[in-house]
Design a protein around this ligand. Structure first.
Ligand code: SF4
Length: 347
């Protein structure tokens, strides 16, 4: 065990840690919510969402008793909606299996839906002071540089290697050690231009000592995002707009949007013959793909429904909303961008 590294890191963390609402508590539910929100999302973005979410769902039981629509409302704008859904499912499991009491046994915590190795380590070390690694991208970067590890941080099976390195250094204060590693990765050992001169562990860092910081971490370049092109149909009927709920599985599951027609099907299904207005395209980027959507406004007609049938869109699934009611349903950000093109107000 290298207590030197842990001691230097923890001392630095105590002096430099940022104020965050979830750092004022050791309640495992709060830690869990914050860690899930922080996945793929910046701290500054998460803070207002976290505060609002905790006001509305202050305990596991409050979350378990809410509807999924309600949870989506509070997740709107934060992205990666599956995370909110998993939290809700997890809360239901905790309510049913443990009467709302968060389990302390790591094996049981790992059985909560959506809790992967990182979240497990974060909850157990921060809330329960258990010596488990919490290895995210920040921590992998620090470990990779500190040990000059050439294992690709983008390869899932390599996570174990980084976890083992964290465990080699785990002191008897896992809470502050893990948080210190995350904070060092976020503030000092950053992806670009790490601030090595200010780093509390530079005397022990192999990459720094050998002048090879820029060689780590090793990560193969990802393939370019696939672009998918759609026409986004905004159907007007009796001064209302047609909205459709996304399927239960897949991208933006269970959220609301407008019908999307793949560009290939647009002509095939005969939409070009209709009377419509076309707007400039909007883009929405996901982790692995990009949607390019061309907003279209079109009045409801029998011919439109025939085109939709040919494009395999079932009219029965379309619900017509007054513009003023749109704020009451969880609409995915991608579709909000489309609605904004026609000046529809969503607040
Ligand atoms: S010395 Fe530089 S590369 Fe090494 S851990 Fe510190 S910030 Fe990262």
């Amino acid at each position: 065990m290298n207590t030197n590294f842990a001691t230097l890191l923890i001392d630095w963390f105590e002096e430099n840690k940022r104020e965050m609402p979830w750092r004022k508590t050791s309640n495992p539910y709060c830690i869990w919510v914050s860690e899930v929100m922080l996945q793929q999302t910046q701290v500054a973005t998460v803070i207002p969402y976290y505060i609002r979410f905790m006001e509305r769902f202050p305990t596991v039981m409050d979350l378990a008793e809410a509807t999924l629509e309600d949870v989506h409302q509070y997740w709107q704008g934060l992205g990666y909606y599956r995370r909110g859904e998993n939290l809700w499912k997890g809360a239901k499991v905790i309510a049913e299996r443990w009467q709302g009491e968060f389990p302390r046994d790591p094996k049981l915590v790992s059985e909560i839906p959506g809790v992967g190795p990182y979240t497990l380590g974060a909850i157990c070390s921060i809330a329960f002071h258990l010596p488990l690694p919490a290895v995210d991208g920040n921590v992998m970067r620090v470990m990779s540089r500190w040990y000059c590890l050439s294992d690709d941080i983008g390869v899932a099976k390599n996570r174990k290697i980084f976890e083992a390195k964290v465990m080699d250094n785990m002191p008897d204060d896992p809470n502050r050690f893990n948080q210190g590693l995350m904070e060092l990765g976020a503030l000092i050992c950053t992806p670009q231009n790490p601030k090595c001169e200010e780093c509390p562990v530079k005397s022990l860092c192999q990459a720094y000592q050998t002048g090879t910081v820029n060689d780590y971490p090793v990560k193969e370049k990802k393939l370019k995002k696939v672009e998918e092109k759609y026409y986004a149909l905004m159907i007007e009927k009796d001064h209302k707009i047609g909205m459709i709920k996304r399927p239960e599985d897949g991208l933006l599951a269970n959220l609301w949007g407008v019908p999307l027609i793949p560009e290939k099907k647009w002509q095939e299904a005969g939409f070009e013959q209709l009377d419509f207005i076309e707007f400039d395209s909007v883009n929405h980027i996901f982790t692995h793909k990009k949607w390019r959507m061309t907003p279209i406004t079109v009045k409801w007609s029998k011919s439109l429904i025939e085109c939709m049938n040919r494009a395999e869109i079932n009219e029965d699934e379309i619900v017509y909303y007054d513009e003023s009611k749109l704020k009451d349903i969880p609409i995915a950000t991608a579709f909000k961008k489309v609605l904004k093109c026609v000046q529809i107000k969503l607040n």
